[in-house]
Design a protein around this ligand. Structure first.
Ligand SMILES: [Zn+2]
Ligand SMILES: [Zn+2]
Length: 174
């Protein structure tokens, strides 16, 4: 668990307290897929409790290694993610109505601690590629036989020859 100890911070407002820890979810959800993680999620930051209840996290450094697949050839990819922020602010929730702003970090007023994991996952996900590639010029897989075209051409007829079964059909129709 990655817990921000609000109670301890509150006891020394204005003082920067180092926060460091790691936590190990099995995977994270991204665009409807479950991506496994290779290493625990690592977080390093400094936390300051301000008198108005805002908790500032500064020098934020979040690291994770996500296992994904190439969007063209489906080869397994290991993507090291680093998310760094100079300042993140957690504001106490003033009302029961959840904030509509996606970027706003809020925490329940009166909470003794905040579980940072959901926030960290959000930061990691924002760094992920929508269509990851194993290399910029990945040739992908053959649509017919599934051969990995990065390993050389396959034996399928070329695209412009069309489907041989269609050719036979065309001949029959003529
Ligand atoms: Zn690829
Ligand atoms: Zn093929």
């Amino acid at each position: 668990m990655l817990l921000l100890k609000v109670k301890e911070l509150k006891a020394m407002p204005g003082r920067a307290v180092p926060v460091e820890g790691r936590t190990e979810p099995k995977h994270i959800s991204y665009l409807g897929r479950e991506l496994p993680l290779k290493d625990p999620i690592f977080l390093k930051a400094k936390a300051v409790y301000q008198k108005d209840g805002t908790i500032e996290l500064s020098s934020v450094d979040v690291r994770a290694t996500v296992i994904d697949e190439c969007s063209r050839c489906l080869k397994e990819l290991t993507s090291p993610i680093t998310a760094q922020y100079e300042l993140l602010e957690f504001e106490p929730e003033k009302s029961e109505i959840p904030s509509l702003e996606e970027d706003a970090f809020t925490y329940p007023t009166g909470a003794n601690e905040i579980d940072l994991l959901p926030y960290m996952i959000g930061l990691i996900v924002s760094e992920l590629e929508v269509k990851p590639l194993c290399k910029p010029d990945c040739k992908g897989l053959c649509h017919h036989c599934g051969h990995d075209l990065n390993e050389g051409p396959c034996v399928c007829p070329k695209e412009d020859d069309g489907d041989p079964r269609l050719k036979v059909l065309k001949k029959l129709l003529n």
